[in-house]
Ligand binder design. Structure first.
Ligand SMILES: Nc1ncnc2c1ncn2[C@@H]1O[C@H](COP(=O)(O)OP(=O)(O)OP(=O)(O)O)[C@@H](O)[C@H]1O
Ligand SMILES: [Mg+2]
Length: 394
């Protein structure tokens, strides 16, 4: 299975390009599903049809779906929610507030991702393309599996602590066996999901930009965040490129001005995102709607080639031994050291950039060591781990 996710600033063309990739993939004979995870769905409009929360067949190999995460939570995780609601109500919180609070933060994202994964398996799709919400929300979506795993582990710890403390008050908060089982099952599914989402043979993330300053900035930030969470990017789509006239003559002064502006940013996109491949998508004079028109757009962009191939492989996180010390290397493009926050706590390394934080579970080998040096080398964060010497008190 191949999973391709487009992300970028609002309005850059994510839905159009996700739908185009899917339509072309289907045309090439692959069973393809395109899924929207954006609450402000517009996939149905792009495909010029109506869609619901179950995959709908659009052409012989193409299916499309708009996920409604809240419905999902209600149907699949009702037992977890009933339990939390019950506890909250016992504390005197009214029904509506209790129900709202029981929607664990991040739960809708997890459920949306698990749903896609389940659909991909059940429907035996060769390709799944995700039409995501603008960058910030999508990065949040993608950071959830790891955050969830972290919380679930903590929750296990709290439960043991509460059991041994045997305090009656704490005991009222203890989940029953079926809830713990649901949580455990969920935990296992999320771990598998995280594996799929970070596997470069299966999953590719693509940045969509337009030749505009603000859009490029957001694209660069998105690249950093994806790298932080270990999600493999295989290319950049430069959408809405205006055609340059062969003789440099334009009838219209406004168009001439716009093309000149675009050229500056166009060149910048092609140089700053290197070595990632950059594909150009031309500015069409009208909206590109319906599976056929979208498939043609994808043929145009990838020059007849298969848009679902893996086009680039970056260097993943690595661990190198240097003498007595170990160096953990995490590629993080486009950041300056001043903007990276880092703390080591036991077997966790917490890396923070902007609003996003990743808890990296360290190999057992590094857990007892001290993180002594952190620096940026060739667009990668290198953290040196040194053994704590025997003379020092533990
Ligand atoms: N290359 C293009 N040429 C002409 N029109 C385009 C092109 N790409 C996208 N559009 C149009 O621009 C509008 C926005 O595109 P689209 O919905 O794909 O963006 P988006 O990134 O998904 O937006 P949102 O962040 O709101 O989800 C749509 O009307 C779409 O048809
Ligand atoms: Mg969209």
């Amino acid at each position: 299975m191949r999973l391709i996710l487009y992300l970028g600033k609002g309005g850059v063309g994510k839905t159009t390009l996700a739908a185009a990739t899917a339509a072309r993939s289907a045309q090439l004979g692959k069973r393809t599903l395109v899924v929207s995870t954006d609450l402000a769905h517009s996939l149905a409009d792009a495909l010029d049809t109506t869609l619901g929360s179950e995959p709908k067949r659009i052409t012989s190999n193409l299916w499309a779906q708009e996920i409604n995460a809240l419905d999902e939570i209600r149907s699949h995780w009702a037992s977890v929610q009933d339990y939390v609601t019950g506890v909250l109500k016992k504390q005197g919180i009214n029904d509506v507030a209790a129900e709202e609070m029981a929607l664990i933060p991040g739960m809708d994202e997890i459920v949306a991702l698990l749903n896609i994964h389940r659909q991909a398996q059940d429907g035996a799709y060769d390709v799944v393309v995700i039409d995501a919400a603008p960058t910030g929300e999508t990065v949040r979506l993608l950071s959830m599996p790891e955050t969830f795993l972290w919380y679930a582990n903590q929750a296990k710890g709290w439960r043991n602590l509460a059991m041994s403390a045997a305090k009656p008050l704490l005991k009222t908060f203890l989940p029953g066996v079926n809830v713990l089982e649901s949580l455990q099952k969920l935990n296992e599914q999320v771990a598998v999901l995280r594996g799929v989402l970070t596997d470069p043979d299966t999953s590719s993330y693509r940045l969509v930009v337009n030749p505009e300053k603000m859009v490029i900035k957001e694209g660069l930030r998105a690249e950093t965040y994806l790298a932080l969470f270990g999600y493999p990017i295989d290319g950049v789509l430069c959408n809405r490129v205006l055609p340059t006239s062969a003789d440099g003559e334009y009838h219209d002064a406004l168009l001439r001005e716009m093309v000149a502006q675009q050229r500056v940013y166009y060149d910048q996109i092609h140089s700053t995102f290197a070595p990632l491949p950059v594909w150009d998508a031309p500015y069409h004079s009208r909206e590109i709607l319906g599976a056929d028109a979208l498939a043609t757009l994808a043929s145009e962009i990838w020059d007849g080639d298969d848009p679902t191939r893996v086009y680039f492989r970056g260097s993943p996180q690595e661990l190198v031994k240097r003498g007595d010390t170990y160096v953990l290397r995490l590629p993080l493009p486009h950041v300056e050291m001043g903007k990276v926050g880092m703390v080591k706590k036991g077997d966790e390394l917490i890396v923070e950039i902007g609003n996003f934080k990743r808890d990296i579970a360290l190999p057992t080998l590094l857990a007892p060591m001290e993180a002594t040096v952190a620096r940026m080398v060739d667009s990668a964060l290198e953290v040196t781990f040194t053994p704590v010497s025997a003379e020092q008190p533990a």
